[in-house]
Design a protein around this ligand. Structure first.
Ligand SMILES: Cc1cc2nc3c(=O)[nH]c(=O)nc-3n(C[C@H](O)[C@H](O)[C@H](O)COP(=O)(O)O)c2cc1C
Length: 325
């Protein structure tokens, strides 16, 4: 059961998943404009936040339109997690998530992210402290299925976390060792749904609106989070909700894609440092057009873009000046 103070969790309330390097303020706002009901920040280091590390403030940049917002923390030291939570609560943040799924070496070597699967007592302790500080309904945990094949412990962890006050569980059903390779095993989602009485958010290989709807039906998950699917095109949120309601929205036309890219660029210019925004758009644009012939050549040209005018010129030439199919 969803706690009344939790962020929206429902089949037709798709979340934007945490995406380090991508789920920044401009992208969150863009996804909300396209129907994301909730967005999660990039993962934020609890220790970094306590030490005012450069960049942490950028990760926490937000605006009133950027709501409801879940702040994702990573860390393995309870004292830093508590200090970070206190600081975040003072700054007015209301919803939180603990990262227990990141497989990146830099993170797991500190015992954080997916490495918390290997220290279950510590994971439950940290999540319990976060939930106690935030209040009922306000804290989730994002899990993998386990550290490596044969070491699944998401069911046991899920039950213990729910008992410790975790209000929702997000599961990306790959082992940490798999990184993003192989396939996500949605049957783990169904098993977790059966095992716990808190809502389960599904993650993993949700690349299309159809996959989102099928995952909900096959697993009984309370909701979905789109990750790489959103990076390929934020229209996935509205298309998912429409499909659930029985309406199939077409994939965006080239002209609509150009409009999405221009809107993303405008939000990036408004909210990020100019140079960073341009560098970021050079990597974002190829994702939006990756399914179209010629996208590799466009990627190669974008790398040399030095100004917004050049970027816009390339996008227009690619999307708007192509023969209609
Ligand atoms: C570039 C990238 C960055 C990610 N960053 C985070 C992160 O900061 N925190 C987190 O919990 N998961 C992170 N993830 C995992 C996603 O939230 C999601 O669980 C995963 O990509 C599986 O969903 P998908 O197969 O539909 O993309 C990241 C994934 C990608 C591809």
């Amino acid at each position: 059961m969803r706690h009344p103070d939790s962020p929206p969790i429902a089949p037709d309330a798709p979340w934007l998943a945490p995406l380090a390097g991508f789920s920044d303020l401009p992208f969150r706002l863009l996804c909300r404009e396209h129907g994301a009901a909730v967005a999660v920040t990039e993962m934020v280091s609890a220790k970094g936040l306590c030490h005012d590390s450069p960049g942490t403030d950028d990760l926490l940049a937000t605006t009133p339109a950027d709501a409801p917002l879940v702040v994702q923390l990573f860390g393995s030291e309870p004292q830093y997690i508590e200090r970070a939570m206190t600081a975040l609560l003072e700054r007015g943040f209301r919803w939180f998530d603990l990262n227990a799924g990141c497989p990146v070496r830099k993170v797991v070597k500190t015992g954080a992210g997916a490495a918390l699967h290997n220290t279950p007592d510590l994971l439950v302790d940290i999540a319990g402290r976060m939930a106690a500080l935030a209040g009922p309904g306000r804290c989730g945990v994002k899990l993998r299925r386990g550290w490596a094949a044969g070491q699944d412990n998401y069911l046991e962890l899920g039950r213990r976390l729910a008992d410790a006050g975790t209000a929702w569980l997000a599961l990306h059903p790959r082992h940490a060792r798999q990184g993003y390779g192989g396939e996500a095993d949605w049957s783990c989602l169904a098993a977790l749904v059966r095992a716990v009485d808190v809502p389960v958010l599904a993650s993993g290989d949700l690349f299309t609106p159809e996959a989102g709807v099928r995952c909900l039906r096959e697993t009984g998950a309370a909701g979905v989070m789109f990750a790489r699917g959103a990076l390929h095109g934020p229209s996935i949120f509205a298309r998912h909700s429409a499909l659930l309601a029985g309406r199939e929205l077409p994939a965006p036309s080239p002209a609509e894609l150009a409009a999405v890219i221009r809107r993303h660029a405008a939000l990036a210019r408004e909210h990020l440092r100019e140079r960073h925004a341009l560098l970021q758009m050079r990597t974002i644009v190829p994702r939006y057009v990756r399914h179209m012939p010629g996208s590799r050549a466009l990627r190669a040209r974008l790398v040399h873009c030095r100004t917004w005018e050049e970027l816009d010129g390339l996008v227009c030439a690619f999307l708007l000046d192509r023969p209609q199919q």
